[in-house]
Design a protein around this ligand. Structure first.
Ligand SMILES: [Zn+2]
Length: 413
């Protein structure tokens, strides 16, 4: 059953719903012109708390073959602060594990291979694993060997046979997408070399709550991770968390270092983050119910702001179309009657239409289209990359163009 009855991590049935964002089409399902004539399937976006282990998760699993299809249009950033972040990630992890030329690094959910490029530069052998064939093709062209498959114990064993055991296994923003964590961790166990490290990075749920980043709730994100539930989960598979780091990327992320029990010294930042989570109340219902109330207020505020501008005959477009932006647009009912068009750097989504709202997407690496259409306000859906995007739009700015930054609270800049 796609609607869950028990917790994905600990199998407890003590699940309590607290945030209901309604029904949405999959956020990466950008439509072609022909597809606009056909039906579009909507799935529930409802978040429940597991009272046993404390994880927040979606109440419904959209089948992966629907979410991750051949033309999955996500390409991880190669430049800007995202690219820098990956380069630093690879350099730091290579140094910490004292990687040499014989060592293997495997990235699960490797996308076009951006993170692995950094490990390759550090001298390691690399292997990517990513289910999207078109994305894997791009990675191979860039010199990153890639299996176009979902990660599983079987794929892990095959990878080990062909490439040997991995000294480091990494996964950025992939752990929250996994449906079967038992299979995932058994796969990690099968592929990881003795003394090796599995490192995953994910947005931290604490910031989602504190900064009202509810737009990061979408069908690909089954779980909203924090340290406490992860510590409990990995213990069941013979692993332990021995180090954590926190980062500002994606609104607030954490990087978790996991090894087999007893292989690494446990650092004190683990206990510190657990304490911070407890104090913030992110595993308990009163704080989460208050958060859900703020989400509703946010929607009213954003709609009122945009309708106020439209009443003054202002023209509004969207800059950037990340997956999370689709949650915001559909939850706040922002479609073609309120928004003229969307621009996007990536050519993969250009010429298509946003899921649900059917806003046309135009490729524009800068601000030419905004200027041409005399746009007054640009709604920045990739608000976490505002510092990268806004400086590239100096021309639009000079002509009086303004930005609407939607999160954490709608503001005009
Ligand atoms: Zn649980």
């Amino acid at each position: 059953m796609p609607a869950i009855r028990s917790c994905r991590l600990c199998q407890s049935r003590k699940l309590v719903p607290y945030l209901d964002l309604g029904f949405h089409p999959p956020s990466d399902r950008f439509l072609t012109k022909e597809e606009l004539e056909g039906p579009e399937t909507y799935y529930p976006l409802k978040v429940v708390l597991c009272r046993e282990c404390g994880i927040s998760q979606l109440s419904y699993t959209v089948p992966p073959e629907i979410l991750y299809q051949q033309d999955y249009p996500y390409e991880s950033p190669t430049g800007g602060s995202g690219g820098r972040h990956y380069a630093e990630f690879a350099a730091a992890a290579a140094k910490r594990s004292r990687l040499s030329g014989k060592d293997l690094v495997v990235d699960i959910g490797s996308n076009v291979g951006t993170l692995l490029q950094g490990f390759k530069k550090a001298g390691a052998r690399v292997l990517g694993i990513d289910p999207a064939e078109n994305i894997a093709k791009i990675a191979r062209k860039r010199g990153i060997p890639t299996f176009a498959e979902f990660f599983s114990p079987e794929v892990a064993r095959r990878a080990r046979k062909r490439y040997g055991a991995a000294k480091i296994i990494v996964g950025t923003n992939v752990f929250a997408h996994v449906g079967d964590h038992a299979a995932f961790l058994r796969g990690v166990d099968a592929l990881l070399a003795p003394g090796g490290t599995f490192i995953f990075e994910s947005p931290h749920f604490l910031y989602l709550v504190n900064n009202l980043e509810y737009d990061t709730v979408y069908s690909e994100h089954l779980l909203y991770l924090s340290l406490r539930p992860v510590v409990r989960l990995v213990e069941r598979f013979g692993f332990e968390v021995f180090r954590v780091e926190e980062y500002a990327i994606h609104g607030g992320s954490f990087r978790v270092f996991i090894g087999r029990k007893g292989d690494h010294m446990i650092e004190k930042n683990v206990a510190e983050l657990l304490k911070k989570e407890r104090r913030a109340g992110i595993h308990s219902l009163p704080r989460l119910a208050e958060f859900a109330q703020r989400v509703e207020e946010h929607r009213r505020e954003l709609i009122a702001l945009i309708d106020g501008l439209r009443a003054k005959r202002k023209r509004i477009a969207i800059v950037s179309t990340p997956a999370k932006g689709m949650t915001l647009l559909n939850y706040c009912k922002l479609g073609t009657e309120r928004i003229d068009f969307a621009t996007e750097i990536s050519s993969l989504k250009a010429g298509r239409f946003t899921p649900g709202g059917h806003i046309p997407v135009i490729r524009d690496p800068k601000d030419r289209e905004l200027i041409k259409a005399k746009i007054d306000y640009a709604l920045l859906l990739a608000w976490n990359f505002a510092d990268d995007i806004i400086p590239k739009m100096a021309g639009y700015r000079r002509r009086g163009g303004k930005f609407i930054i939607p999160i954490p609270w709608p503001k005009i800049e």
